[in-house]
Write a protein of this length. Structure first.
Lengths: 167, 119
């Protein structure tokens, strides 16, 4: 409905999570990444000749803790995109478990949809592997370990451009 | 996720981020962002809706081609079937304030106990 508003319509997760954890007694709020400058690389070749990679924050492995509760294994991984994964693990991630589900992998890692675009010729090809980087509280680990590893895998697979989707 | 995107861009690989946490992605700053205003969990389209998923991936591919500068956000035209999730997610109100405070205390206690065990 096109009604005037007194506040922004989309949810601010920075505000929401700060208030939620403050209510739990955590008085030092999480400091989110913020940058003034943004690196940019234009697409050098037509998409129909490019190999496209996918990156997800979901995990491929889950184990159970001592009382049998599921625990997501936060490891970096590269996994074949064919056959596509029937499911991935998202229990330990920050998403709205009341409002929706993550049973359909393509709702957060569009591996089948990208394969369809490759089959139709819109892109040259989909990377033979997709890449997993489960969200890490530590920004320095993400910068210094995860990001360089994803870059290395992309180069190994000859990826020209990447679509990333965080839960 | 946004930090990984920035690293790839800085090393010559163009990227597009698909997501629903608009403020988190935009504050971090990425080259291209496809924003879908959904509850967190389905940034590439509703579950079991391949047509919507295909449309969102198509928007991301077009953005890869057409962006001429960084920080371009495109909002997809899709809407969730209701807006209840906007207020419900991580809600804090008089009804749960005490329970949240107790849960926080309990978690800190169990974390301290686990740490003591490791030592």
């Amino acid at each position: 409905m096109d009604l005037p508003l007194t506040h922004r319509s989309y949810v601010s997760y920075i505000d929401r999570s700060r208030e939620y954890y403050a209510a739990q007694g955590y008085d030092r709020p999480y400091a989110w990444a913020h940058h003034d400058d943004v690196p940019f690389t234009p697409l050098g070749n037509p998409l129909s000749g490019c190999r496209i990679g996918l990156v997800t924050t979901a995990a491929r492995t889950q184990r159970t803790d001592m009382i049998g509760a599921p625990l997501m294994l936060r490891e970096l991984y590269a996994q074949p995109a064919d056959p596509p994964p029937a499911r991935l693990f998202t229990d330990g991630l920050f998403w709205d478990k009341q409002a929706t589900d993550t049973d359909d992998v393509d709702s957060f890692l569009p591996v089948n949809r990208l394969a369809e675009y490759a089959a139709g010729g819109r892109i040259g090809s989909a990377s033979p592997r997709f890449y997993g980087v489960p969200t890490d509280y530590s920004q320095s680990r993400t910068r210094e370990q995860a990001a360089p590893q994803i870059l290395e895998w992309c180069r190994e697979d000859g990826v020209d451009a990447v679509l990333l989707a965080g839960l | 996720m946004s930090l990984v995107s920035r690293h790839l861009e800085a090393n010559g690989i163009p990227t597009a981020v698909m997501g629903s946490a608009r403020d988190i992605v935009e504050e971090c700053g990425v080259a291209r962002f496809v924003f879908t205003d959904f509850p967190l969990g389905n940034p590439c389209g509703k579950p079991r809706d391949p047509r919507m998923q295909r449309a969102i991936v198509g928007i991301a591919l077009t953005l890869l081609e057409r962006a001429w500068m960084p920080r371009i956000t495109v909002q997809t035209p899709f809407r969730w079937e209701n807006d209840a999730w906007r207020d419900n997610f991580m809600r804090v109100d008089d009804g749960n304030r005490e329970a949240l405070a107790r849960a926080g205390e309990e978690r800190r206690r169990s974390q301290a106990a686990a740490k003591a065990k490791v030592r």
